[in-house]
Design a binder for this molecule. Sequence first.
Ligand code: ADP
Length: 230
Amino acid sequence: MTPDPILRVRDLAKDFTLHNRSGARIAALDSVSFDVRAGECLVLAGPSGAGKSTLLRCVYGNYLASRGSIRVDGTEIVGADHRTVLALRRTRIGYVSQFLRAVPRVPAREVVAEPLLARGETRDAAFERADSLLDALGIPSALRGLPPATFSGGEQQRVNLARGFAAAFPLMLLDEPTSALDAANRRRVVALIEDAKRRGCAVVGVFHDEDIAAAVGTRRHPLEPVRRAA
Ligand code: ADP
């Protein structure tokens, strides 16, 4: 028997209301359905404007879907209250976007350890895990005590990935997390994603780099821009 999917999306639609254009509505997603199981990586494919980021944001609960259902380990996200969404983010869903939103003056090591501390792990365990991820992503020890605000784009992106992968979430959402990385660092990220898949993580990703998509993807889900007003 195949296991239940970690992520189950059914007939998902998202319309945006443009308040600065007399409330005009545009459709960004229409009738999207798929499942993602443990150990799979679903690659969202399609041209710019196809709704890839919007889809990830609906799953993370940043955007409220207009219709349809998104279940993570059986819990419905569409229409869920704020507390349910926050609990899912603390325990089940990791999200890595293209850019690090670092709080000024917080050192890199702490930025990475923070999601673990929020889950109640000890400082020792959280910082040990942070160091092992920063090692795996090639961030030198000399940088780890400094706030990432002054780091290069690629260094910030690697700190962001380390933070995203710090907790062993069952579902990881990746939105172009490697756009600023060179080939050696892209290989490190591929290894990180492969590790997560091996431990049973379900991954949904948008990758601007086709080689990464081919290396980590187990399936592709094509999206096309919705060509109608909502
Ligand atoms: P992709 O990630 O595939 O490039 P997006 O999800 O960014 O696509 O965008 C899909 C569509 O939704 C586009 O037409 C975009 O303009 C629109 N869109 C995305 N975010 C917003 C928003 N916050 N407000 C209004 N329209 C948006």
